[in-house]
Design a protein around this ligand. Structure first.
Ligand SMILES: O=C(O)CCC(=O)C(=O)O
Ligand SMILES: [Fe+2]
Length: 329
């Protein structure tokens, strides 16, 4: 390869192919997940109307006074409002927290006492509808993983992952709306919109709008490349739980949101849906010929294989606890 070898790019996958050629579509998804860990999905099936409405509601909420927003401050379950500088996604390199505010929603569960009081502009039925649409898309992507990993019928075949991500059971699934306010002062080297990090769950769906700034670190070369907005697409990434579960076959790629001179004076909004396995699911390696011969991942991100040094894999709930402890102060 010459000096000017083409830099890897985030692939764009047309998910309508999943309805006509499941095997090839699944292979594309697997390939993206084991190389770059990120892919854009076109024809993803989530209606633009509900995406637009969620962005509109989020803007109205973030426009409220700080005092009003602080009434919904994040709780011990990490649900609620997180203010500017409160969260530090990259504690080993950041001196101050992220230049962002966000709001985390848990699953709306009708069969349980309500855990979370929702702030103005977020109607329960609408949040529920949005979350379910995101979860449904994640289940379809996870079907693609089952197919590409050739999980046997006896193990559960195409629905192997779905059986471990049931919506009605407790899990870390979180919907997050984010606002990155403009920066008024000169950009200080200390300030970053979102510090470099990996996500915690199985998969993340990211909705971007109007203002870019997201960057990802290529696993192969450690170069940072931009993950621009691609109209009509959502951005999907593999997260830590799935990396751990697949013994590193799938890459949970670091990403961050930086300031640049063109956009630092503009508000940036985004929405992320973090899909997790059910809390009680033991993360024994995925039963696939592509996984069985790999070495277990000693996830060097503060996560050990087995809580007490034993060879018992973590459960999804334990895995999440480890990851959260390192982010919130
Ligand atoms: O706002 C973005 O584009 C990315 C947000 C993100 O990576 C996160 O919240 O985990
Ligand atoms: Fe992230």
């Amino acid at each position: 390869m010459g000096k000017f070898s083409l830099m890897e790019q985030i692939p764009i996958i047309d998910f309508s192919l999943f309805d006509t050629d499941q095997v090839n579509c699944s292979k594309e998804i697997k390939r993206a997940s084991e190389t770059i860990g990120f892919f854009y999905l076109k024809n993803h099936g989530i209606s633009q109307d509900i995406i637009d409405k969620m962005f509109t509601n989020a803007k109205k909420f973030f426009d409220l006074s700080k005092e009003e927003k602080l009434k919904y401050l994040v709780d011990e379950n990490y649900k609620g409002y997180v203010s500017i500088h409160q969260e530090m996604l990259d504690p080993s390199n950041q001196k101050i927290g992220d230049w962002k505010e966000c709001f985390n929603f848990g699953k709306i569960r009708n069969d349980k006492p309500k855990l979370q009081v929702l702030p103005p502009y977020f109607e329960e039925d609408f949040v529920d509808k949005f979350e379910k649409a995101c979860h449904q898309l994640c289940m379809k992507i996870l079907q693609a993983f089952s197919i590409a990993l050739e999980i046997s019928q006896e193990e559960g075949g195409i629905s192997w992952f779905e059986q471990r991500h049931k919506y009605e059971n407790d899990s870390g699934d979180t919907l997050r709306v984010l606002h990155y306010p403009p920066i008024k002062h000169n950009i200080d080297e200390k300030d970053i919109r979102a510090g470099s990090h990996t996500d915690y769950g199985s998969l993340t769906i990211l909705f971007q709008k109007d203002v870019g700034g997201l960057e990802i670190e290529l696993p192969s070369t450690k170069q940072w490349i931009s993950a621009p907005i691609v109209n009509g697409c959502v951005l999907i990434n593999v997260a830590d739980l799935l990396e751990y579960w697949s013994k590193g076959l799938f890459k949970s790629t670091r990403h961050r949101v930086t300031f640049n001179n063109d956009t630092s004076m503009i508000d940036r909004y985004s929405i992320a849906y973090f899909c997790h396995a059910e809390d009680d699911v033991g993360l024994d390696p995925i039963p696939s010929k592509y996984v069985e011969n790999l070495d277990s991942v000693d996830v060097g991100k503060g996560i050990v294989y087995g809580v007490d040094g034993t060879k018992t894999p973590l459960t999804a709930g334990e895995h999440l606890k480890y990851r959260l402890l390192s982010t919130y102060r």
